[in-house]
Design a protein around this ligand. Sequence first.
Ligand code: G3P
Ligand code: CA
Length: 242
Amino acid sequence: MKTKIIAHRGGAAVKPENTLAAFKNAVELGADGVEFDVQLTKDGEVVVIHDEFINRTMTGEGLVKDHTLAELRQLSAGEFFDSEFKDEKIPTLAEVLELVQDLEVINIELKNFLPYPELEAKVLNLVDQFGIRDQVIISSFNHYSLQKLKKMQPEIKTGALMASKMINPADYAFKRGFDALHLHFLTADQEVVDKSHFMGMQLNVYTVNFPESVEELLAKGVDMIMTDDVEMALELRDKSLN
Ligand code: G3P
Ligand code: CA
C-alpha cells in the first residue's frame, strides 16, 4: 500500500497557507493531494481560509462570516507570510478546485463550528460541478455536519477529524458510516490503524512535520499523511517504497 502525501493547507511550510500560490506549488511538487479549510462569507460564498477570525493570515480584522467576498478581496492573504506574497487574495473554493482538480486526493475540511447552514450543500454542488466526487474526501471536527453530508449524498467520502486520543475511535466512526478517521498523528497507534483497515476505513493523520514521525507513520501503514512540508515527506515516502 502506498501512503499518500497530502499538502496541508496547500503546504504551509513554504507558501502562505490556503492560497493559490500554495496550491500551485503543491501540484508542482508532485503532492498526491491537498488539504484545505472552507468557510462561508457574509454573502454566502465558499472561501478557503483556516481561522474564523481573519487577522492572523489577512490584513484585516473580524470574522470571515461578517465580511462579503468583495470586502475580503480588498485584503492581502499572503503578506503575513512574506511581502513577496502581498498580492495573494483569499481564494474561493471554485478557484482552488480549478487548480487541484487533477490530483488524486482533494481533502476539503469544513471549518464549521460556527453555524454555516448551507455549507454542506454548497460544497457538494461545487464538487459535482467539477466532476471530482471520487477524488474528494470531506472532513470536519463537526461530526453532525458529516452525518448531514452522508444523508445528502451517501457516496461522498467523509473523514471524522479527532484531536484527542479517543477510546475506540474506529468503532465510533464505523457506527456512523464515516469512511475515514483523521487523527492527530500522535494518537495514531498501530492498533487503531489496523482496526480501521479491518473495518474498511482509511486512517489518515495530520499534521506531520517531523521526518522521524513521517517514517514511523509510513511503517504503521497509514493511508494519508498530511504535512506542511511536502518535499520532505515525498522523499521519505518514495525512499520507503524502494
Ligand atoms: O485536516 C487536518 C488538519 O488540518 C486539522 O487541523 O487546525 O490544521 O485545520 P487544522
Ligand atoms: Ca485543516
